[in-house]
Design a protein around this ligand. Structure first.
Ligand SMILES: Cc1cc2nc3c(=O)[nH]c(=O)nc-3n(C[C@H](O)[C@H](O)[C@H](O)COP(=O)(O)OP(=O)(O)OC[C@H]3O[C@@H](n4cnc5c(N)ncnc54)[C@H](O)[C@@H]3O)c2cc1C
Length: 459
C-alpha cells in the first residue's frame, strides 16, 4: 500500500508533534509516525517522570528534617514507593495521552503507529505501507547507551527507562555515571531511603562543569549520605547473589561495591541505526548522530533532523527550539539558526544548578579579558530564611563590553533565577541592566545586582 503526503514527521518527541501540528495548520497534509510512546523520552522516561519523583523525594526529605523548621512529625517518615510510582504514572499518562489526543484530533494530520524506516529520500516504510512525501522531518531521539563494561552482559541492570518500573525501595542502588541523570536518581533514591553509591570514572562529578561546581555538588550529595566513588578506572560487574558486585578499583576505599540494584547512567545514543538512513543517503557522524547544518537540514535536500538525534542538543528545550527554528524558516520566511541560541540547562538535584552560557573554563579558553563575581548562598537572605543555604552564585562578564558570558547558579530556585541572566544575554544588553534593576524582596534574584557589584578581574 502507498499513501501520499506533503510532509512526514518521524517520532513524537519534543519537536515532532508541534512541527506536525503547525504544518497541518498551514494546510499541508502531514503524516506522523510513532513506534512506541507518544511524547517520547521527556514525557515517558525522562524529564517529566524524574521531576515528579524528585518532588516526592523532596517531600520525604522535608518531612524527615521537619524539626529544623520547628515542625514536629510524630512517628517515623515512611515512603510508599507504590504510591510514589502511581503518582508519577498518573502525571506521565496525562501528558502522554495529551500528546496522542492532540495529534489524532488535528485536521490534515494522519497518525501511524509503527516503526518508520526510510526507503529513499522521499519514502518511508511503516509496516506494510509506504508513505511518500516531498519533505521528511526526523525526530527520533535517543536511548540509554550501554558501553562495553566487562560483565554488563551477565548482570541485571537498570537504565533511565526501566527505572520507571521500579515500585519498591532498592536496598543499595549503585549508579555508574556521575552526570545529570545519575545524580538526579542518586539523590532521589537516597531521599526515598535507599543506600546509594555513585561510581564515576573521572576525578570529579559532572565533569563538564567547573571544578568548584562539581565539588559543591559532591558536598551536597555526601551531606545527605550518598557515597561517591571517583576515579573508578576499571569498572566491571559480577553477579552477587540476588544483587551485583561492582569492581571499581578506586585509589581509596574498598575495591568492590556490592549493591542490590545497578543503574547505568553513562550517556545516551541516537535512535538512528534502524532508520534506513543509508537508503536515503542521510549522513551521520561516527557516533550515529545525523549531520545537520545551522538550520537543521541534513545532507539530503528535503530531509531535516530535529532534537537529540542531530547531536546539537540533548534537552527538551533544545529539541523544542529546533522545532521553532525549522517552523519559522519554512512557514514564516525567517532565517533562524541553531547558532543563535545560548546554551542553558539545569541539573535538578536539590538545590538545583541553573546554567547559562560559558563555564569559567570556557571563558578562560576564549582568551578574553573577563570579570567574575561569586556569592555563597549563605549570603542570600531568602536561602537563610528557608534554611537552605547550600551552593553559590557565580557569573562571568566580558571586561570591555560588560556583556554576560556565563553563569552557574547552584542554590534554591536557581533553575528559575538563571532566566534573569539568560534573557539579558539574549537581549545583548550589558550586565549593568541587571545591576540597576529593582528586584523584588525577598527573592534569590534580588541578590543578582549585588552579585554584579562584586565583579573582579578573572585571574
Ligand atoms: C532521565 C532523563 C531525564 C531528563 N531530564 C531532562 C530535563 O530535566 N530537562 C531537559 O531539558 N531534558 C531532559 N532530558 C532529555 C530530554 O528527555 C530529551 O532531550 C528530549 O526528550 C528531546 O528528545 P527528542 O525530541 O529528540 O526525542 P525523544 O523525546 O527521544 O522522542 C523520540 C521519539 O521517536 C520515536 N522513534 C524513534 N525511532 C523511531 C522510528 N524509527 N519510527 C517511529 N518512531 C520512532 C521514539 O519512540 C520516541 O517517541 C532527560 C532525559 C533523561 C533520559
Amino acid at each position: 500500500m502507498a499513501a501520499r503526503f506533503d510532509d512526514i514527521v518521524i517520532g513524537t518527541g519534543q519537536a515532532g508533534p508541534s512541527l506536525a501540528a503547525r504544518l497541518a495548520g498551514a494546510g499541508r497534509r502531514v503524516a506522523v509516525v510513532e513506534r512506541k510512546l507518544f511524547g517520547g523520552t521527556c514525557v515517558n522516561v525522562g524529564c517529566i517522570p524524574t521531576k515528579t519523583l524528585v518532588a516526592s523525594a523532596r517531600a520525604a526529605w522535608v518531612a524527615r528534617k521537619a524539626a529544623d523548621w520547628g515542625v514536629v512529625v510524630d512517628g517515623a517518615v515512611r515512603v510508599d514507593m507504590k504510591q510514589v510510582k502511581a503518582r508519577m504514572d498518573a502525571v506521565v499518562a496525562k501528558s502522554r495521552t495529551g500528546v496522542e489526543g492532540w495529534l489524532k484530533g488535528t485536521a490534515n494530520l494522519t497518525v501511524y503507529e509503527g516503526h518508520a524506516r526510510l526507503e529513499g529520500p522521499k519514502a518511508v516504510r511503516v509496516g506494510d505501507e509506504t508513505l511518500h512525501a516531498e519533505r521528511i522531518f526526523i525526530n527520533v531521539g535517543g536511548r540509554a547507551a550501554v558501553p562495553p563494561i566487562p560483565g554488563s552482559e551477565s548482570v541485571p541492570y537498570l537504565d533511565n527507562a526501566s527505572m520507571m518500573d521500579v515500585d519498591d525501595l532498592p536496598e543499595h542502588l549503585v549508579i555508574v555515571g556521575g552526570s545529570y541523570i545519575g545524580l538526579e536518581f542518586g539523590q532521589m533514591y537516597r531521599r526515598f531511603g535507599s543506600r546509594v553509591t555513585i561510581v564515576e570514572m573521572a576525578d570529579r562529578l559532572i565533569g563538564r562543569e567547573d571544578p568548584e561546581v562539581s565539588d559543591a555538588i559532591r558536598e551536597i550529595l555526601e551531606g545527605e549520605g550518598v557515597d561517591v566513588r571517583l576515579n573508578a578506572k576499571c569498572v566491571a560487574f559480577e553477579k552477587d547473589g540476588g544483587g551485583v558486585a561492582v569492581r571499581v578499583d578506586c585509589g581509596e576505599g574498598s575495591p568492590e561495591i556490592r549493591g542490590s540494584h545497578l543503574l547505568l547512567a553513562v550517556g545516551r545514543r541516537p535512535n538512528t541505526s534502524d532508520l534506513g538512513l543509508e537508503a536515503a543517503g542521510v549522513e551521520t557522524d561516527d557516533r550515529g548522530f545525523i549531520k545537520v547544518d545551522d538550520q537543521l537540514r541534513t545532507s539530503v535536500p528535503g530531509i531535516w533532523a530535529l532534537g537529540d538525534c542531530n547531536g546539537r542538543g540533548a534537552f527538551t528545550h533544545t529539541s523544542y527550539n529546533d522545532y521553532e527554528i525549522v517552523a519559522a524558516n519554512l512557514l514564516d520566511g525567517e532565517d533562524r539558526r541553531v547558532s543563535d541560541r545560548i546554551p542553558c540547562y539545569a541539573l535538578f538535584i536539590d538545590p538545583p544548578l541553573g546554567r547559562a552560557g560559558m563555564t569559567e573554563a570556557e571563558v578562560r579558553r576564549s582568551g578574553r579579558r573577563a570579570l567574575v563575581a561569586r556569592r555563597p548562598m549563605e549570603k542570600v537572605g531568602r536561602a537563610v530564611e528557608k534554611g537552605e543555604t547550600a551552593g553559590f552564585l557565580k557569573i562571568h562578564v566580558d571586561a570591555e563590553s560588560k556583556r554576560i558570558l556565563g553563569a552557574a547558579l547552584l542554590g534554591i530556585e536557581a533553575d528559575e533565577v538563571v532566566h534573569v541572566i539568560l534573557d539579558v544575554m539574549y537581549a545583548g544588553a550589558p550586565c549593568t541592566v541587571i545591576e540597576r534593576a529593582m528586584h523584588i524582596h525577598p527573592t534569590v534574584a534580588e541578590l543578582l545586582p549585588t552579585l554584579l557589584q562584586g565583579l573582579k578581574p578573572l585571574e
